[in-house]
Each structure stands twice: as C-alpha cells, then as structure tokens.
Design a protein around this ligand. Structure first.
Ligand code: ATP
Ligand code: MG
Length: 484
C-alpha cells in the first residue's frame, strides 16, 4: 500500500517540486499551502506522515507540529527548514518530531528521511497494536463500542474517534440531545490505552452549585462542618482513566476557572486543602448547547472552551443521516425483544413508512424508546399507526410534501432514479413489494426500472431478495415487517 503523505509548503514551486519527487517514488501526496489547511485535511483524511516547511504564513511549522503531536499522535512528522532555523528544528526533533530536512536537499535525502520515518512509525504502530491485543486478550477491555451506523456522516465520526482515542487530548463532543454523545465518550475511552482504567461520568447539570468543587476535586478532612474524613473527588476516582464531564455547559460559573486550572496544570487542590495533587486523567466533555454562543454571551469562559475543544467531535442529528434509521430500528428491535423476552413484532407497511419518514427530533434515544414501547405493545396483530405515541409529531417530513427541491443547476435524472431505487431496496432489505410501496409505484413499474438500471438485488445473506409481491423476509406486503 502506498503511504499517504501530507506536504505543507507555501511556496508553490517548491511544493510542486517536492510533491513530484515523492509521487515519483510511489507515495500518494496531498499538498497544501498552509498549516491551517493541513489541519483541516488531517481532521478529515488518514495520513501516515506530514512533511512541513518551517516558515509558513500565520501558523508556522513548529506550531503545526505541536498541534499534530497532541491531536494525531500516530502521525510521522518531518520538518523542512531553511538556513537560520536549523537549531530550532534540531530542538523540535529532540522534542519528538521524527526528522528534519535542511534546504536545499537532494532527492535521495528526502526519500531516505520519509522512508525512515514511515518505518519507525509503523513499528510503533505495530507495538501499540500488540499491546492493545494483549489488553483485550486479558479480558480487561470492556465490551467494545456499541455504535451502530452506516451513513457517511456517522462513519466519519467513528473513524475520527478511533484515530484520536489513543492520545490523551481533551475531546469535546457536541450534538443535539439523544444523538449518542455519551456513547461516543465511552468509545473514546474503550478504544484508548486507558481502557483498563476507570471511566467516570459526571453530569455537570446535576451537581448542586455549592457542591461542584468538592464533587470534582474532593475535600480534605475538616473542609466544612461534618467533614470527618478526606473524600476523594471524581478526578481522583478517574485516575489513569477518563473523566466524562457531561453537559459541561451547565458547569457553574464559579467552578469554571478551577476546572481550567486543572486542565492547564494537571493538578487538583481538594477543598479545604492547600497542597496540589497531580492527576493523570483524560477529559471528554459533552454538551448539547452552542458553547460558542454561551462564550459570546459570557455564560461560559472562552479560555475554558478552547481548553476543552482540543478535539471537537460533532454528532450528527438522526434526520441528517436517515439511512441509519432502518439499521438502528433493527438493532433496537433485536435488543428489546431479547431483553424483554418478546417475539419480534410485525409492523403494517403504513407504520413502517411513518417511522422511516419521521423527523426524529429526539434522535436515536427517541427511536430506541419508541421501539421499546412497540415491543411491549405488540400482540398477534401487526402494529399499526394507532400504536404510535400521541405526541409522535406531524405526518411525514419528506416525500410528496414538496420536501424534494430541484437543484437550479439541474440533476442527472437517470442517476437520481437509480439512487432512489437503490435506497428503497436498501431500506426494505430487498423486499421489492415494499420498495414499490415506498416509491409510490406499482410492482411491475418497479421491476421494469430495476431491470432498466441493472440494479443488483439486495446483497445476498442480508435478507434475500424476492420473486414476487408476496414474498420477502417480511411476509405479506400488507403487514410485512420489513425488518425481519
Ligand atoms: N449510533 C448508535 N448506535 C446505537 N445506539 C445508539 C447510537 N447512538 C445513540 N444510541 C443510544 O441512544 C441513546 C441515547 O444516546 P446517548 O445517551 O449517548 O445520547 P446523548 O447525546 O448523550 O443525549 P443527551 O444529550 O440527551 O444526554 C442511548 O441509549 C444510546 O445507547
Ligand atoms: Mg448524554
């Protein structure tokens, strides 16, 4: 596999030359002209190595190096320096950069440095992998992350989380209520080398203001009347592991500067004490508030915001990744039936359609709660629209209601039609009768279009495709549970 390299160089001619040399040697090279752009690419794509010029506009190579080390500790980093900055480059290598190249350099020097760095990084990775495998084999690793989702949006989150889990950098998870912020916080912990150490969750909204400080940092004996012994706080409880600060936007104003200090100094001072205690804790915070807006309003300290938001992770709302609804529905159905010892309920197609169309203001939690309710309500008859909670929200948010907007630039109709077909088959797990209903066309019209586009049947093994209107994993099309 060709290693993916990110080249950061503001001088165009230089950049093109170096990129061409590296490409000539078989590397996949992405080249950018600023450190800021480099960070944006690193957040979105996987690279093995960064080659960065020292002198860059705005943020320089050294600052980029520090940022990369903190946020993407597995990346190799080679600094390219010019006359006058070599001493500092040597210092950067001492501080952990893999190598530096002094301009002007020869092709062979460049390739040797890249190759050496990649080899060293891969060795390090292999060690980490073995270490992690060992932890797992010892059974210390908890049940691995239980995150369901196939949409591009959620897959991006998973990849990002996997990549950043290893570092100890602070993570801020944002997103609407019920989108899975806590699940992701746990995933960050479980996928890190801290997995065998505690994961401690604190709901900042639930601690009374007066108690927040002792809850977090502990208290010494005699700190207040009735304090007959020393009480360790949540930070100490999480020693070596991860502290999850849920609803961090609700943290009382008086406690914010204290938390900021802990993040800066990595030391706590228990209430009523005067000596600092070093703590090794990774912080993952979550909020459904717009913290930047709170910063602007003076509700949340700006410096604390930036300390927390070293690695931002945003959980997309469920309506932004509807293609995950069938998968999550299936996941929660299986779980609820197993937990409650109930048979799998059947849905009328009207109910199925209604569920697929719903806007999910309460996100994944709303879906999970709905499934629980439906499983409990189920009798021999298929579940129908009346079984939905009264407050389930208005009828469909897409479909014929004009939700589809024709792009003024026009669309490729054939591709659009094919896409709709494929999505309908995916949602119905290959049940063509159901797919035809979803698309509001008759069965024959659907078959004709499947043939016309050469759409392949639903992948074998995942619930077979069908031969006629009365088949499919779901039973009859009238009452078919499309999620068998
Ligand atoms: N991708 C997912 N796969 C499986 N289950 C999920 C997923 N996302 C969320 N859930 C489940 O949905 C419920 C809500 O998730 P979670 O508690 O993590 O949300 P949250 O963002 O912290 O919500 P809130 O802001 O209301 O606290 C949980 O039961 C969780 O297990
Ligand atoms: Mg939560």
């Amino acid at each position: 596999m060709n290693a993916r390299l990110l080249l950061v160089e503001d001088e165009r001619a230089q950049r093109e030359l170096v990129a061409a040399l590296l490409r000539g040697a078989g590397y996949a090279v992405t080249d950018v002209s600023s450190a800021e752009e480099a960070i944006r690419r690193l957040e979105r794509e996987d690279f093995e190595l960064v080659l960065s010029d020292w002198r860059l506009p705005v943020m320089d190579g050294e600052q980029l190096y520090r940022e990369v080390r903190q946020r993407f500790p597995r990346l190799g980093f080679v600094l390219i320096t010019a006359y006058g900055t070599i001493a500092r480059a040597v210092a950067a290598v001492r501080a952990g950069a893999d190598d530096y190249l002094a301009k002007p350099f020869e092709r062979d020097e460049l390739l040797l440095s890249v190759e050496r760095t990649l080899r060293a990084r891969r060795l390090l990775d292999e060690n980490r992998r073995l270490e992690a495998a060992l932890v797992e084999a010892r059974g210390e690793r908890e049940r691995l992350v239980d995150l369901v989702g196939r949409s591009a949006a959620i897959q991006r989150v998973f990849r990002h989380v996997t990549r950043v889990a290893d570092s100890s950098a602070t993570v801020l998870v944002t997103g609407e209520s019920g989108t899975g912020k806590e699940l992701v916080a746990r995933a960050v912990h479980t996928l890190s080398l801290r997995a065998a150490r505690p994961f401690v969750a604190v709901n900042c909204a639930a601690i009374p203001e007066g108690l927040a400080e002792s809850e977090l940092f502990g208290s010494e004996r005699g700190a207040y009347s009735g304090a007959d012994r020393r009480r360790p706080g949540r930070f100490e409880a999480a020693e070596g592991g991860t502290l999850f600060l849920d609803e961090v936007g609700e943290l009382p104003a008086a406690v914010q500067p204290k938390l900021l200090r802990v993040l800066q100094e990595k030391c706590i001072v228990p209430v009523g004490g005067d000596t600092e205690r070093a703590v090794d804790v990774r912080i993952v915070a979550a909020t459904n508030r717009d913290l930047l807006a709170d910063v602007a309003r003076g509700r949340f300290r700006e410096d604390l915001y930036y300390r927390l938001c070293v690695i931002p992770v945003h959980m997309p709302a469920l309506r932004e990744r509807r293609e995950d609804v069938p998968l999550l529905l299936e996941h929660f159905l299986a779980a609820a039936c197993k937990r409650l010892g109930r048979p799998r309920p059947r849905f009328t197609s009207a109910l199925t359609r209604r569920i697929l169309d719903h806007a999910w203001p309460g996100n994944v939690r709303e879906l999970s709660n709905l499934v629980e309710r439906l499983v409990l309500l189920a009798t021999d008859a298929p579940l129908d629209l009346d079984d939905l909670p009264k407050d389930f929200g208005p009828e469909g948010t897409r479909g014929h209601s004009g939700a589809f907007r024709l792009d003024p630039g026009g669309i490729d109709w054939e591709a659009h039609e094919r896409d709709a077909l494929e999505q309908a088959l995916e949602l119905t797990r290959g049940n063509r009768a159901q797919a035809a209903k979803l698309l509001g066309m008759n069965y024959k019209a659907l078959l004709y279009r499947i043939e016309k586009h050469g759409v392949r049947p639903w992948p074998a093994g995942l619930g077979a495709s069908s031969n006629g209107p009365n088949e499919g994993p779901a039973g009859s099309p009238e009452t078919g549970t499309i999620f068998p």
